[in-house]
Design a protein around this ligand. Structure first.
Ligand SMILES: NC(=O)c1ccc[n+]([C@@H]2O[C@H](COP(=O)([O-])OP(=O)(O)OC[C@H]3O[C@@H](n4cnc5c(N)ncnc54)[C@H](OP(=O)(O)O)[C@@H]3O)[C@@H](O)[C@H]2O)c1
Length: 287
């Protein structure tokens, strides 16, 4: 759709930025809603992040998304930060307030939760313990979302124990116990679990496979993989074959974009099968 001189502006800051799927995602919604707006990739070097963020109001931008490697650094530049972003230690969505100040939030938590609710509507936080694999940036969002949903026990398994200990410490919550387990015990900790979430990069295209024996996992346990290339990872294929409900990672990516789009462009976007097809086509085109 053609844009006019009055177009609403937003974008995504990262370094590098060419890999980002967000311009395709927001471009789909802008077209769908017939909005006079543009969402552009913004290649911002780390030493110019603050300068770039502070320029948003002067350029008339309504805000932006933040991606690798800026999510932690952006938090320090914000004038206001929502409690989730503060807890996680990372900002992925910036809104320029009418007075030009910057509001930072983290919508990965929202994205994980909405995707889980949509793809596994029968899951309940009270169903039992959850196993989370990984303690990187995205694991922090996954743990925060599960804790916020009311999960009482999270078994956190990571290759580097110190990183898992830090996450458990940073995201400690009164109603959620987070226990840390060695990577070698990833099979044993599945006993009695109601949900397994992979938030490592294992199983992603060009990464090693995730090697895990699901024998101990109850047949009704939900299996979530936040890796979305490929859409059906080895973990999800194994889980599906043994009858476990599965949740792929694409929906998390799509849902996390909704709050920013609504704030910048003034319309509530939906995650539809047409959007999923369009985004999958962009992955195929990248090969
Ligand atoms: N669906 C979505 O919207 C969404 C959003 C964000 C990220 N993701 C995906 O999630 C994945 C992780 O992203 P991230 O940002 O959290 O990455 P990250 O911060 O680099 O963390 C990577 C995690 O994978 C673990 N890991 C990597 N190689 C490993 C190996 N060989 N053996 C065991 N563990 C290994 C790391 O363990 P150590 O701590 O020991 O290094 C760490 O826990 C990526 O595939 C990304 O594409 C999806």
């Amino acid at each position: 759709m053609a844009i006019t001189g009055a177009a609403r502006l937003a974008g995504i800051m990262g370094w590098p930025i060419a890999h980002s799927r967000s311009p395709a995602l927001h471009g789909f919604w802008l077209n769908e809603h017939g909005i006079d707006g543009a969402y552009v990739p913004l290649a911002v070097a780390p030493d110019r992040l603050e300068q770039a963020l502070r320029a948003l109001p002067a350029l008339g931008f309504r805000g932006c998304n933040i991606t690798i490697p800026h999510k932690q650094a952006a938090l320090k530049v914000m004038d206001r930060v929502d409690p989730f972003a503060r807890r996680i230690g990372a900002v992925n969505t910036v809104i320029v307030a009418p007075d030009g100040s910057l509001e930072g939030s983290n919508t990965d938590v929202f994205g994980f939760r909405e995707n889980l609710l949509e793809q596994a509507p029968g899951w309940r936080a009270a169903a039992g313990p959850v196993v989370v694999l990984g303690a990187g940036g995205s694991a922090r969002s996954v743990v925060a979302a599960l804790s916020e949903a009311g999960v009482a026990e999270i078994r956190l398994v990571n290759r580097s124990r110190d990183r898992a200990e830090t996450l458990a410490h940073d995201l400690a919550a009164p109603k959620t116990g987070i226990t840390v387990h060695p990577w070698e015990q990833r099979t044993e900790v599945l006993a009695g679990a109601a949900l397994l979430a992979n938030s490592t990069s294992l199983g992603m295209e060009n990464e090693p496979p995730l090697q895990i024996d699901l024998t101990a996992l109850p047949p009704g346990a939900v299996v979530v993989d936040i890796v979305y290339v490929p859409l059906e990872t080895g973990l999800l294929a194994t889980a599906r074959r043994r009858g476990n409900p599965t949740v792929d990672g694409l929906g998390m990516l799509l849902h996390q974009g909704r709050p920013g789009f609504a704030a910048w462009f003034g319309a509530a976007p939906q995650v539809t099968s047409a959007l999923r097809r369009a985004m999958l086509a962009t992955f195929a085109a990248a090969h």
